[in-house]
Design a binder for this molecule. Structure first.
Ligand SMILES: Nc1ncnc2c1ncn2[C@@H]1O[C@H](COP(=O)(O)OP(=O)(O)O)[C@@H](O)[C@H]1O
Ligand SMILES: [Mg+2]
Length: 339
């Protein structure tokens, strides 16, 4: 069965819902998530810890933990006009898909390398397991990529992981991630364990790589300022739902969802990200028994009775910038009063 996607779309996620089955009940980690990713586009998923960002990204490469169940939805991937239904790939197809089409750099990626193998061996193994056996060709591509991430290529290629700093390992991992020319690179909090200067440097490198290699990015972060430097499109995730989505500028200057607005007004100064959400009271909801109506209502300064009983639809009011809130006008008004 072949499906049609718009020519410039590489990934289309439709009404995706995922639960984790636990002894205490089902954790509703992803609810009706839909988005499209275009070729060469960078999309950021932002939201607090526990909002479901990692769950969405793991589902895209079918790496969810065993207790996860996809209850609904579809993930379509397109290269050169050929569409694949990701949720229906066989194990063999999936192995190909994971490096050649969609690569993922995980949270805490520092430990992704095997400590007893030289970096060169890890590049060669990855290449070989995808049928690429010419070591010299692998080496040549690897050195080019290591240069692209601004490392001393020969030295790093010949090192053991422990000989590299955290930032160097992260860059090496980015190079490894694109070894097989994937169309999509997923980065889950790629800089969280790094200090702020190293974070910036990684973002620069990533922007440069993307310019040269033209892949699409899904960038997951709880740090809005980093996301802004990376992303063309920003989607805010709350309690397993995308509650607002739009171009990076429109999200920064014209966000209408109280949660995005709260994230924005709590952007920290240089020092760090953990206090990010001081200005949003309370904490993210329990996803086994999420709040009724709008899931954000218990923490929302704009909430009314309607918010407690009815979930607002995710709709576009202004241009290409949908959001789910009953009180967008009030948020816009509040913003005006602040300036
Ligand atoms: N294997 C699991 N079993 C049960 N619950 C899980 C599991 N993994 C994640 N969760 C829960 O799912 C929700 C979403 O988690 P996650 O996708 O990791 O969020 P984020 O990446 O935004 O921090 C959280 O409530 C988390 O506790
Ligand atoms: Mg996560």
């Amino acid at each position: 069965m072949s499906r049609k996607l718009k020519e410039d779309v590489v990934l289309k996620v439709d009404d995706l819902s995922i639960v984790y089955q636990t002894g205490r009940g089902d954790v509703k980690a992803t609810n009706d998530v839909s988005f499209e990713l275009k070729k060469g586009e960078a999309m950021a998923l932002i939201g607090e810890s526990g909002s479901g960002k990692t769950t969405v990204s793991l589902s895209l490469i079918r790496k969810l933990p065993k207790n996860a169940l996809i209850t609904k939805g579809e993930i379509l991937y397109q290269r050169d006009g050929q569409v694949q239904d990701v949720l229906k790939l066989s194990n063999r197809q999936l192995r190909e898909f994971r490096w050649k089409e969609c690569a993922m750099v995980f949270q805490g990626a520092q430990n992704a390398f095997n400590p007893v193998l030289k970096i060169s061996k890890q590049f060669e193994d990855t290449a070989r397991s995808h049928g690429w056996k010419d070591k010299n060709a692998v080496r040549e591509r690897a050195l080019n990529l290591l240069k692209l991430v601004r490392l001393d290529p020969e030295r790093v290629y010949d090192s053991y992981p422990h000989e590299l700093s955290g930032g160097m390992k992260q860059r090496t991992l980015l190079a490894l991630g694109v070894l097989l020319s994937p169309q999509i690179v997923i980065l889950d909090e790629p800089t969280t364990a790094l200090d702020i200067l190293t974070q910036r440097a990684i973002i620069d490198v990533l922007n440069e790589m993307q310019r040269q290699l033209d892949f699409s990015i899904i960038f997951i972060s709880h740090d809005l300022s980093l996301a802004a430097e990376m992303a063309d499109i920003v989607a805010t995730v709350y309690a397993g739902e995308i509650v607002e989505m739009g171009g990076v500028n429109s999200m920064f200057y014209d966000s209408v969802h109280p949660y995005t607005y709260g994230l924005l007004t709590s952007v920290p100064t240089l020092d760090h990200t953990q206090d990010l959400l001081k200005s949003i009271p309370g904490s993210p909801p329990n996803l086994i028994n999420p709040p009724s109506g709008c899931k954000f209502h218990p923490r929302c300064e704009f909430a009314t009775d309607k918010c407690k009983s009815e979930a607002p639809p995710f709709v576009e009011d202004t241009g290409d910038h949908p959001s789910a809130c009953w009180h967008k006008d009030a948020v816009i008004q509040a913003r005006k009063e602040k300036v």
